[in-house]
Design a protein. Structure first.
Length: 221
């Protein structure tokens, strides 16, 4: 889901944000634009207010400071992220291996299509403990990956199964590293000799085979 201002397109600089009294939404959109332009640490609370077209005092009606605004942006990002991952996982159909491949592609797609949200989620330096809602949203998104990992592990002999949490964290770190380095949709993306999707697929295959998982069964039909 792309974020846009009313009456404008994502990333445009006209008709900024504050319409029909919806100040909170205008500030969130302003923060997303500023993150896209300057990074999550590159702007002040007053600048967010100016970008939204309101006075420097107006944002305090909804947010204590810039960090609280960023927490709200990150929480929204995790909500969108969870939805995208859950849709891609699709309950593990037609099999866990095919669904897990879709999940990895969804991770990369989110980093490419929503780089401002991605930066707010992972690059603000804010502690998840700063907001119970933010922590819960992050845990729900990770929960999709953990549930997918459980289904993958179920294909292994019981005596060879690694701890679910450990494996989920490994797969998360692998996906996140490739997304952050090579799959982003902003200026922080680095060039790679192969497509990020192919890089992630190969890395996952090496990792899963190293654990002794059987080859993925062919999709039904």
């Amino acid at each position: 889901m792309k974020w846009t201002r009313p009456g404008g397109s994502a990333g445009s600089s006209d008709a900024r944000g504050y319409h029909h009294g919806n100040l909170k939404e205008a500030l969130v959109r302003a923060a997303l634009e500023l993150i896209a332009k300057k990074g999550p640490a590159g702007f002040t609370f007053a600048e967010a207010a100016r970008f939204a077209g309101v006075s420097p005092a107006a944002p305090y009606r909804h947010f204590r400071d810039r960090d609280e605004l960023l927490v709200d942006v990150a929480r929204r990002g995790f909500d969108l992220f969870e939805t995208a991952l859950a849709r891609a996982w699709g309950g593990g159909r037609p099999n866990a291996f095919a669904a897990f491949e879709r999940l990895g592609k969804a991770y990369l797609r989110f980093a490419r299509e929503e780089p401002a949200y991605y930066s707010a989620m992972f690059e603000t330096g804010l502690s998840l403990e700063s907001s119970p809602d933010l922590r819960t949203a992050g845990e729900r998104a990770f929960g999709v990956l953990r549930a997918a990992t459980e289904q993958l592990i179920a294909a292994m002999p019981a005596e060879n199964r690694p701890p679910v949490l450990m494996m989920a964290l490994h797969l998360w770190a692998l996906s996140h590293g490739i997304a952050s380095l090579f799959g982003r949709g902003d200026g922080a993306q680095r060039a790679a000799p192969i497509a990020p999707e192919e890089l992630l697929e190969a890395a996952m295959l090496i990792y899963l085979r190293g654990l002794g998982l059987p080859d993925a069964p062919p999709p039904r039909g």
